[in-house]
Design a protein around this ligand. Structure first.
Ligand code: GLA
Ligand code: CA
Length: 695
């Protein structure tokens, strides 16, 4: 069915969508134009939060036959019931599209990133594309909430199987899953939680991956302590800050194996922080995880292979230990190749997120023989240009860099930039048709908190933009077409702005080049600093940029996830404005308002108030051009047709990426459809640090 609807979109592509009624030179701020209608295909089937999972003991448990025969039968592994917790996490049948499944087969991912190492808690990337998401199990889980109506929503339990608030709302007691084990069989308990908190989150020399996992993300002054092996207690300054339950999900509270990590940490060893960070290079195999699959093979620039975790602590209602899939692949290629391979059937999964690939992918997916299904979701992929707003030393800028920071902090300058961008042209340069929409910045139009009337949009107005540049003192004094600094600044040289961009994504590069061209028309010289993902992120997080291009993250797509990243509420929570050399964020007045709004939002219990606060946020952020929105469009999930249990309407991005939202541990392939893709059939992960899986 979906494929025929895709044909409709293709037909629509022939008609160019006209945005008439929008006068090109109206420099008066207004609401953004109503975006072109786009038919989201997969209809989400909304369910109650409690209908997804529960924790309970079942009368019997099962596992693949070969595990019983080859491993339990020979005494290499304890019986499955002894490997599971007292009360495993049980996925309810009613929430599975195709019900409980059968064992076997492989999920073949393709990714564009490369692994730095396995020390996620110390800030190392595994190459994205769902690897870290799959290895990490977090206190709570939010990705599947896309199928829960907003009013009913609170994160799902995960490593924390339940929690209760003290009467005054300042203490939150969390009960951890009891008797669960790491993939090497070592018990998981409160010591893993405390190591993550004390020695990774709180330790200023360690910054866990995910950008926001700094202590302030859980509220200023928040503390955490161990009560017993399976109980931890949070203490908050505010009463009932339920919002932090979202911060306890991916990516901010997913503890690593303390029994492996702790001995390498500088507090407990002679290692430096650098040595700690790099103690588990990509070649280190069988790193213990709580996730459903364990890395057993790594071939540089080729593949990472993961095998099922024999200690995984989740089951279906029949007592089948999950995952159903025995193996996971991450082919190390490019992000664009991920689309190509998923559509062609040599890969199994892609988040179709680069509009440059939309038309070709849609065409192939619409064919009857297409191996994969493709379904578009809401318009939740957005891009912003962010300006470095620190004038007190974040990233240690030179004189030129400092002069740009001062400009970035000038409201008229930011307005000039936003008015100098022809967003219709930017969108069309990526893909023609009803996909892209004019996005001035701020919250994404696909979130339930979006209110178009609260968005202040400065329409494209090159003349007005030039006037504003002149007003802030930028004129082309030497007649080469680019504005210069005033005589007293930087010797009156041309203004040169360095734009940081990720060169692993076609879209990021297209957008950056579009910005360069349009800024040239405005008389501003912009130079690209195009870096590989990890280097780009390093430059970003350490503040070494004037401007940067960034794809939206969950705070814009869901608001409730990563909320602290909406404003500089702490020294390290904002994407564009972090603490300078004095440890403080030099907030501008409008940013103080944003901080105030976001802080209130995080502790408010009242749904209507929260909706209203986000309207205020949207207004203050867009009126002051907190970010320069570039474009917004829907993405499509491409997944091979042989997989069962793919939830209808799974968005590629909302609380988290689709790799998490599809709940991979529940995916299965019918026996007659199973491929012969397993590279290590009937093998299981070996000892931490040992090479390869074992027989
Ligand atoms: C990259 C990809 C996304 C998604 C995430 C998962 O960013 O571009 O589509 O797979 O990784 O972390
Ligand atoms: Ca000049």
């Amino acid at each position: 069915m979906r494929n025929y609807r895709n044909l409709g979109i293709l037909a629509g592509l022939a008609l160019s969508v006209s945005v008439s009624g929008l006068s090109a030179y109206a420099s008066e701020p207004t609401a953004p134009p109503v975006p072109p209608q786009f038919p989201a295909e997969g209809k989400i089937k909304y369910v109650a939060r409690d209908s997804i999972e529960e924790f309970k003991a079942l009368p019997e448990y099962h596992e693949p036959d070969w595990v019983t025969k080859k491993f339990v039968g020979t005494g290499k592994l304890p019986p499955v019931k002894d490997r599971l917790p007292k009360e495993p996490l049980v996925f309810k049948t009613g929430n599975m599209v195709d019900g409980p499944g059968v064992y076997g087969d492989t999920l073949r991912h393709v990714i564009g990133g490369r692994p730095e190492g396995w020390n996620y808690g110390a800030g190392q990337t595994q190459g994205w594309g769902g690897i870290d998401i799959g290895l990490s199990e977090c206190l709570t889980r939010t990705a599947p909430l896309f199928q829960v109506q907003a009013k009913d929503t609170e994160p799902l339990p995960n490593l924390a199987k339940s929690w209760d608030w003290s009467e005054d709302g300042h203490k939150l007691t969390m009960h951890l899953i009891e008797g669960a084990k790491w993939s090497d069989g070592v018990p998981f308990n409160a010591d893993d939680i405390m190591f993550y908190w004390d020695d990774e989150v709180i330790d200023p020399n360690v910054s866990p991956l995910g950008g926001g996992a700094s202590p302030e993300a859980f509220g200023v002054g928040t503390t955490l302590k161990k009560i017993d092996d399976y109980t931890v207690e949070w203490t908050f300054k505010d009463a009932f800050p339920k919002q932090y339950l979202y911060t306890m999900s991916y990516p901010s509270f997913c503890p690593g194996p303390a029994h492996i990590l702790k001995p390498q940490h500088p507090k407990y060893s002679k290692n430096t922080y650098d040595q700690f960070k790099n103690a588990f290079p990509p070649e280190f195999m069988n790193i213990p995880v709580m996730g459903a699959w364990v890395p057993v093979e790594y071939r540089p620039d080729d593949i990472i292979v993961l095998r099922r975790n024999p200690y995984y602590w989740k089951v279906d209602e029949k007592g089948n230990q999950l995952p159903y899939l025995n193996e996971l692949h991450y082919k190390l290629s490019t992000w664009a190749d991920r689309d190509v391979q998923a559509v062609a059937g040599s890969g199994d999964f892609s988040n179709l997120e680069q509009p440059e690939n939309f038309v070709a992918s849609l065409k192939r997916a619409a064919e009857k023989t297409a191996p994969a299904r493709l379904a578009f979701g809401p318009r939740l992929i957005g891009y912003n240009m962010r300006m470095n707003l620190s004038a007190n030393g974040w990233g240690d800028p030179d004189a030129r860099g400092q002069a740009i920071r001062e400009l970035n902090r000038n409201e008229d300058f930011r307005k000039a930039i936003t008015m100098g961008l022809d967003r219709k042209a930017i969108g069309d340069s990526l893909v023609k048709g009803p996909f892209t929409a004019i996005y001035p910045g701020g919250l994404s139009s696909g979130t339930s908190f979006y209110d178009r009337k609260s968005v202040v949009y400065y329409p494209f107005d090159l003349k007005g933009a030039k006037e504003l540049l002149a007003k802030v003192g930028l004129k082309d004094t030497d007649g080469d077409g680019f504005v210069n600094f005033p005589a007293g600044t930087e010797g009156g040289k041309n203004v040169e702005i360095v734009l940081l961009v990720n060169n692993q994504y076609t879209t990021d590069k297209s957008l950056a080049e579009g910005v360069v061209g349009q800024m040239e028309k405005l008389g501003l010289k912009v130079i690209l600093n195009a870096l590989d993902g990890t280097k780009r992120d390093d430059a970003h997080y350490s503040g070494r940029f004037d401007w940067l291009i960034q794809r939206s993250s969950p705070e814009l797509a869901s608001v409730v996830q990563n909320t602290e990243q909406l404003a500089p509420v702490g020294p390290r929570t904002s994407w564009q404005h972090r603490a300078g050399t004095d440890g403080k964020v030099d907030l501008m007045p409008y940013e103080e308002k944003l901080v105030d709004i976001v802080t209130k939002f995080q502790t408010s219990q009242d749904n209507n108030e929260r909706v209203d606060l986000m309207k205020q946020y949207q207004k203050v952020a867009t009126e002051n051009v907190d970010t320069v929105g570039l474009t917004e469009y829907p993405g499509a999930l491409i997944i091979n047709k042989r997989f069962s249990n793919v939830p209808e309407g799974t968005p590629i991005f909302m609380f988290n990426w689709a790799e998490d939202s599809v709940i991979r541990e529940r995916l299965w392939v019918a026996a007659d459809k199973q491929g012969k893709y397993e590279l290590f059939p009937e093998q299981l992960p070996g000892k931490p640090g040992d090479k390869g899986p074992v027989n």
